[in-house]
Design a protein around this ligand. Structure first.
Ligand SMILES: Cc1cc2nc3c(=O)[nH]c(=O)nc-3n(C[C@H](O)[C@H](O)[C@H](O)COP(=O)(O)O)c2cc1C
Length: 380
């Protein structure tokens, strides 16, 4: 494979903003923000450069379920890490597959940036159903070519922003249009609704209701609580999952107010806080966006993941914060009535699937979420 542009040259020219480290005493292998700083800068192999970007993709519960091996001098075999499932809230791995699609899209954008086209063959050994398995999700070949994509510069700036949004700053109809109408696709439909639109009001109510249902479903709640990383030390140790950190968190832990057990126990402050936290977030939404696929297979899930990554990157370019709110889409029995309501709210037809739902708005910037680092994804 030719190395027409060196990666280091490109990085010197690029406008990547430095991302602050989460803790001062962290080493590169425990710093949860390290992967966001100049990804791939030290890599000579273009595949590793692309992968260093791909691991920055959005993905459910920040499981980062991505494994790769390198074959020959131009090929990547990409696998789902079957040890990183979410069996309670994502029983068919649909959302995790979307996270694999997002990985592929970011990889492709990074490849184009350095003069390669990522030729992707999906599920070369067949489509895994009803869950993902050890067969490859994709076989990727980097060949000379590719068209540079302006979204590249947003890869290290993109976030899932889970804070309250600024209700005083509404999103305009034009901006929403620029966000959802930019890339028409035959197989996917992008749509949105802003504050004031009855669909937006309905989706607000539904997402609050769905979140409460998840908290009140013990097996679903436990799955999330098991993945919460409480405080800097745990975040640095795992560099995945749901990171929880704020001033005073250490004291709350020491006093036994904030423990996993308390979060799981109705009647405690920690449980109640969990139950109440989504309402102000949903209410602060300036609007919602969603992605519908016209089929329900794995290919549609990967396509939705690629599209969602682009939507999130485009929102970043427009200065818009985005936060997936997936509870109402989840396929477990306790959620089924709410899921049906959500599908009605977005006028879903029977053959189609609502793949992503996210709130949008203007908000202050947030730091990057943890990443485990590229070496953790390389199969040996
Ligand atoms: C398919 C999918 C579903 C998601 N669902 C939720 C969700 O319901 N609630 C939430 O807070 N974040 C959700 N997220 C966002 C992830 O939590 C987020 O991508 C991950 O923590 C990594 O953070 P980052 O996107 O800022 O890099 C979802 C992301 C994807 C791709």
């Amino acid at each position: 494979m030719t190395d027409r542009r060196t990666i280091l040259q490109l990085l010197a020219l690029s406008s990547l903003a430095a991302v602050p480290a989460i803790g001062a005493t962290l080493t590169p292998s425990t710093d949860p923000a390290a992967a966001w700083r100049n990804p791939g800068a030290d890599q000579k192999d273009p595949r590793l450069y692309c992968l260093a970007h791909a691991i920055l993709a959005p993905n459910p519960h920040n499981r980062q379920p991505w494994l790769v091996d390198l074959e020959g001098d131009d090929t990547i075999n990409f696998y789902f890490d079957t040890t990183r499932r979410l069996p309670a809230t994502d029983p068919y791995d649909r959302q995790l597959t979307i996270g694999c699609g997002a990985f592929l899209e970011i990889l492709s954008i990074a490849a184009a940036e350095i003069g390669y086209e990522a030729q992707i063959r999906l599920f070369p050994l067949g489509e895994p159903q009803p869950t993902l398995d050890d067969r490859p999700v994709a076989r990727i070949r980097l060949v000379d070519g590719g068209r540079r994509d302006p979204l590249f510069t947003q890869i290290t700036q993109r976030r899932s922003n889970k804070e309250a949004y600024d209700l005083k700053k509404p999103i305009s109809g034009e901006t929403l249009k620029a966000l959802v109408a930019a890339e028409p696709s035959e197989k996917l439909m992008f749509a949105g609704a802003l504050s004031g639109d009855p669909r937006c009001e309905r989706l607000r109510q539904i997402s609050i209701q769905a979140y409460r249902r998840e908290i009140e479903t013990p097996v679903a709640l436990k799955e999330s609580i098991d993945l919460i990383r409480i405080g800097k030390a745990e975040i640095a140790k795992y560099r995945d999952g749901i990171d929880l950190d704020f001033p005073g968190i250490g004291a709350m832990q020491a006093m036994g107010i904030l423990t996993r057990e308390k979060m799981l126990t109705p009647g405690t402050k920690a449980y109640q806080q969990g139950l109440d936290q989504y309402e102000p977030l949903a209410k602060s939404a300036s609007g919602y966006v969603w992605i519908i696929s016209d089929t329900k297979d794995r290919y549609a899930e990967l396509a939705a993941g690629r599209a969602y990554a682009r939507l999130n990157l485009r929102a970043t370019a427009l200065g818009i914060a985005m936060h997936p709110m997936s509870q109402a889409l989840q396929e477990y029995a306790e959620m089924s009535a709410i899921k049906a309501e959500t599908e009605k709210a977005v006028s879903l037809s029977p053959h189609a699937r609502l793949q992503m739902l996210a709130r949008i708005g203007y908000a202050s910037k947030v730091p990057p979420s943890p990443r485990r680092g590229l070496s953790e994804h390389l199969r040996t």
